[in-house]
Design a protein around this ligand. Structure first.
Ligand SMILES: Cc1ncc(COP(=O)(O)O)c(C=O)c1O
Length: 356
């Protein structure tokens, strides 16, 4: 049950022993503290302090269970080189969640309230932030809880906003290594007008096509969606091409998730003097690019992840040497340094968090 928080409970609830995040699947460990806020026919009310992690209690008639009113975010807090903890690109993730809520007609989120809920959750769990390359994954979630199975054509009358944390290691097993992608050109990941919304339904829709595309080949790490002759994203990251002069990625529209890491990579690349091309990428272009360039994925979970092979129409395209390229590694390092405080906070991306 949630809502049991009492200041004295914090003293009683000691950090439970957890496995090393590098030895278990990404996201499978959950921290001891969470924050919650409820909206009942009005704005969200947050009591202003974390509560022990626990199960949720919702009605079997809750809107989310029938009509999919669920959105979420994924961001990270990193242990800094000086031992402190900072959240990376907090305000950008809050802004994206506010947009997602509005697209699903869920109650409006006050950005400063969500900001505070995230900071409070991370502060309460600060002892559980692993050292790099590990980090603390942050999962703010909003669900429609209004109990009314007749509300298919109505927004949820009440909602629950919560923030849980998970100490994580590598997203892709084996750390930094060249990934293998399967290009999917016939089935879209989701409907075009909802691609930019981070809602659970998008992931539900992508699951079948992703599993089908991966079936029979254990080497495939991710499916790269390229419907209507245009490469957009995988189920967890955005896609880039790179060489010594430029990086190329799909221009923004509503059809895919506007990755915060995508934006970080673009800003870092411009800072280094790369030309940034935001445009359509035709799958046929990969053939030429594979002979002279690099490819990588960008996302909160994986950071900048090199792509070594793309399987496309029965062909196996080896990208460059098939190994992580120098430009990919340079951007990856720059991103890691920005996240962990090894580089100055040039773009004001870090939010320091004091422990409680
Ligand atoms: C479908 C999809 N595309 C792209 C991304 C990358 O977004 P970000 O860099 O904000 O993590 C994600 C990650 O959540 C995703 O799920």
């Amino acid at each position: 049950m949630i809502g049991l928080y009492h200041p004295r409970a914090r003293g009683r609830c000691r950090m439970t022993k957890k496995p090393d995040p590098f030895t278990v699947p990404f996201g499978s460990i959950l921290c001891d503290w969470m924050t919650t806020a409820r909206a009942d026919d009005g704005p969200f009310v947050y009591r202003g302090s974390p509560e022990p992690f626990g199960d949720l209690s919702i009605s079997p008639a809750a809107h989310v269970l029938h009509y999919g009113s669920a959105i979420f975010e994924g961001l990270k807090a990193h242990r800094q080189v000086d031992g402190s903890v900072a959240i990376f690109r907090l305000d950008s993730h809050v802004a994206r969640m506010v947009t997602s809520a509005s697209r699903l007609r869920l109650p409006e989120i006050d950005p400063s309230l969500l900001h505070q809920m995230i900071v409070d959750a991370v502060a309460a769990n600060a002892d559980e932030v692993p050292d790099p390359p590990g980090s603390l994954y942050i999962r703010p979630t909003l669900i429609g809880t209004g109990a009314d199975i007749g509300a298919a054509a109505h927004p949820a009358s009440s909602a629950l906003l919560f923030v849980v944390n998970s100490p994580v290691g590598d997203y892709f097993k084996g750390g930094i290594r060249p990934l293998t992608l399967q290009l999917e050109t016939s089935t879209p990941r989701t409907v075009p007008q909802f691609g930019m919304v981070k809602c659970g339904a998008n992931y539900a829709m992508a699951l079948g096509p992703t599993l089908d595309a991966m079936a029979g080949n254990e080497a495939i790490d991710q499916v790269l969606f390229a419907t209507e002759g245009d490469i957009t994203e995988t189920g967890a990251s955005n896609f880039f091409l790179a060489d010594d002069e430029r990086i190329v990625t799909r221009h923004l529209d509503e059809s895919f998730l506007h990755g915060v890491t995508r934006d970080s990579v673009i800003q870092l690349a411009r800072h280094f003097g790369y030309e940034v091309e935001e445009r359509s990428i035709d799958p046929e272009e990969l053939v030429d690019w594979s002979e002279r360039g690099e490819a990588f994925l960008s996302g909160t979970a994986a950071g900048v992840a090199p792509v070594g092979t793309i399987l496309y129409s029965g062909k196996t395209l080896t990208i460059g040497t098939g190994q992580p390229g120098p430009n990919t590694l340079r951007l990856r390092q720059a991103l890691t340094d920005a996240q962990t405080g090894a580089a100055p906070d040039t773009f004001v991306w870090r939010t320091p968090v004091g422990s409680q």
